[in-house]
Design a protein around this ligand. Structure first.
Ligand SMILES: [Zn+2]
Length: 305
């Protein structure tokens, strides 16, 4: 119960902080500076979402419209071109990703994206999608045990916590979306795990998804957003097996950046506009730089050790 209250309060605090920054003039001033920098050099901001239940559909659509007004949204297949920097000379681009293989990604998100001519990149945990034919309580238990133990407004009712089936995943591919691995069991991939765990979560998960979708699997999305969920052992296998890997420390990608540590900034349906600006204008980058530097040190140190 106390964990629930803490999560709710922390979300409200962040909303309130964003509003204060916006109306005090701090955020607009920062944004002006940030947008000037963006105009001078190409940047890609990859956004990660989690669940988008039906009751958030309208919020999600209006947020997509704001994002589209803010900057061009790339198709996942355009990532390689951006990374190679042979097509974009300046300006900001966005890419939309959706974590955890939820049923509402199929029933809500894909529809909303397609209505606007957009496509997304969906990161799926193999073990969760494998649960699709199991009982409702087993599916919900798997989600709570492996993916998101805490309650929030977008992951509240049993209907919010169900997985897509493999048929739905294949249909998303046919409809032009991209699929990435989100490990086998949404395992934390910090240092010191048995080698067999890294192999199953990274290599075997990628092979399995590839078999299911009948197409090469090139994207990997790290589960969890804390530095302790990263390790050089995992990164070595991510680099070996995937073309692109996505982490969660908010910073934008520039052409030629590390293709296996592409950061993503978190947005969720229902976030107030001020929080969108906080994320997109780079305000969160200031907070994330030291954290990201710590992750990089951690990865480099482990590599030597
Ligand atoms: Zn996840």
């Amino acid at each position: 119960m106390s964990a629930t209250v803490a999560v709710t309060e922390s979300t409200m605090d962040r909303d309130a902080l964003a509003q204060v920054l916006l109306y005090s003039g701090i955020l607009p001033t920062f944004s002006l500076f940030s947008r000037t920098v963006e105009r001078l050099s190409p940047q890609l901001r990859v956004i990660n979402y989690h669940g988008v239940p039906e009751r958030f559909r309208r919020d999600f659509v209006s947020q997509l419209r704001r994002l589209r007004d803010y900057a061009p949204i790339l198709h996942p297949n355009e990532l390689a071109d951006f990374h190679a920097a042979d097509q974009f000379v300046s300006g900001l681009r966005l890419l939309l990703t959706f974590d955890d293989g939820l049923l509402n990604h199929y029933t809500v998100v894909a529809d909303c994206l397609e209505d606007m001519g957009l496509r997304g990149l969906f990161f799926i945990p193999v073990g969760f999608v494998d649960m699709a034919a199991r009982s409702r309580s087993e599916r919900v238990s798997y989600f709570r045990a492996n993916i998101r133990p805490h309650w929030d407004v977008r992951h509240r009712w049993a209907d919010d916590l169900l997985p897509m089936s493999w048929e739905m995943v294949r249909e998303l591919v046919e409809r032009g979306h991209a699929i990435g691995s989100h490990t086998w069991s949404h395992q934390r991939l910090g240092a010191g795990l048995p080698p067999s765990v890294y192999r199953r979560e990274i290599l075997e998960a990628a092979d399995r998804i590839e078999d299911e979708i009948g197409a090469p699997l090139v994207y990997f999305g790290w589960p969890f957003g804390d530095p302790e969920a990263y390790s050089s052992e995992a990164l070595t296998l991510v680099r070996r097996r995937h073309r692109f890997g996505f982490s969660t420390f908010a910073l934008p990608l520039r052409p030629g950046g590390d293709p296996h540590l592409i950061n993503r900034v978190n947005l969720e349906a229902g976030f107030p506009t001020a929080r969108l600006r906080l994320a997109l204008d780079g305000f969160l980058d200031v907070k994330m730089y030291p954290r990201w530097a710590g992750v990089r040190r951690r990865l480099a140190l482990s590599e030597k050790g």
